[in-house]
Write a protein that binds this ligand. Structure first.
Ligand SMILES: [Zn+2]
Length: 307
């Protein structure tokens, strides 16, 4: 390397030092950002901590549920709500056994009445929703519904939701365009919370999908739900897709081998299912089972409470 000590060279060196410093910082960020999935060891990109993702998801969750609540479309079918809550409760109890620190999460599940929407989602920290269309169009058995809910709990448990927020944050400009142009209802959200609202509408990666399938079928089996139902659920999902792509498949991209992979897991899961006598049920805290300002399951119209 040629050494020149004139002012220009010194300036260049300064630039190099600064550039080197920036690279070091970037490297440090990447090292921090690359973590591994708690249950499978897959490496994942995390631009924010799980704690930040959970905190930012709370306002996003209430914002997204405020509209159906105001319109009386949230938890308005008491029997369906009770069914979803019971199955989720059994699965969450198993999730807490796998990751005990998640006992401190504000796990919650709400049913959004949208008869044409086949979808469900989970935010960081276990804040979930399922659409009535999934029930009415797929007519799942309890064992099959447990596979959907197990899959969603698995997304939260394996930090996929926070991973999706990292993807959303990495495209900050896209977030703002998306929010302003297509989703004015997210207007009061900003920054990381806006990313939380967007994250549930981004497709998961194939790796995350396989992980959620694998963890979800195990959670359901340990909770006493027949693992064979994972196969029949996805068969129903695939039949529904032929009459128009259901929303669930746009955010949970399927792949040709999914059903075969699940079928191959059934024999391994069956002993867990058979051993699950009197599985425990997670009790949702009162604040989680009813939105603030929403009286019970009636979906009272008090929109201003969370705007
Ligand atoms: Zn998924």
């Amino acid at each position: 390397m040629q050494k020149r000590l004139d002012g220009h060279a010194a300036g260049t060196r300064r630039v190099r030092v600064v550039t080197g410093g920036v690279l070091l910082v970037l490297l440090a960020v990447l090292l921090v950002a690359c973590t591994t999935v708690p249950l499978t060891g897959r490496s994942q990109l995390m631009l924010i901590s799980e704690e930040t993702a959970i905190a930012a998801s709370e306002p996003a969750y209430f914002q997204l549920l405020s509209e159906p609540a105001a319109e009386g479309r949230l938890d308005n079918d008491a029997a369906l709500r009770a069914r979803v809550e019971h199955i989720s409760g059994r699965i969450i109890a198993q999730a807490i056994r796998l990751r005990p620190e998640t006992a401190d999460w504000k796990w919650s599940i709400h049913v959004i009445d949208e008869p044409e929407t086949i979808n469900a989602w989970a935010m960081a920290g276990g804040r979930m929703a399922i659409y009535s269309g999934l029930i009415h169009k797929l007519e799942p058995t309890d064992d099959e519904l447990a596979q959907v809910l197990g899959h969603e709990v698995a997304h939260a448990l394996a930090r996929h939701s926070a991973e999706q927020m990292s993807v959303a944050l990495a495209t900050n400009v896209a977030i703002n365009v998306w929010a302003v142009r297509d989703h004015p209802s997210t207007g009061s959200l900003a920054g990381v919370s806006l990313a939380a609202a967007l994250a549930i509408q981004l497709p998961n990666s194939r790796g995350a999908e396989s992980e959620a399938d694998r963890i979800g079928i195990e959670l359901a089996a340990r909770a006493g739900y027949d693992p064979a139902a994972a196969v029949t659920l996805w068969q129903k999902m695939s039949t529904a897709a032929k009459s128009g792509v259901p929303a669930f498949l746009s955010t949970h991209p399927s792949h040709n081998t999914r059903i075969e992979e699940l079928r191959a897991l059934v024999p391994t899961m069956r002993p867990l299912y058979e051993a699950a006598s009197a599985p425990p049920v997670y009790e949702f805290p009162p604040a989680a089972s009813g939105l603030p300002g929403v009286a019970g399951a009636t979906g009272a119209t008090r929109k201003s409470d969370y705007r």
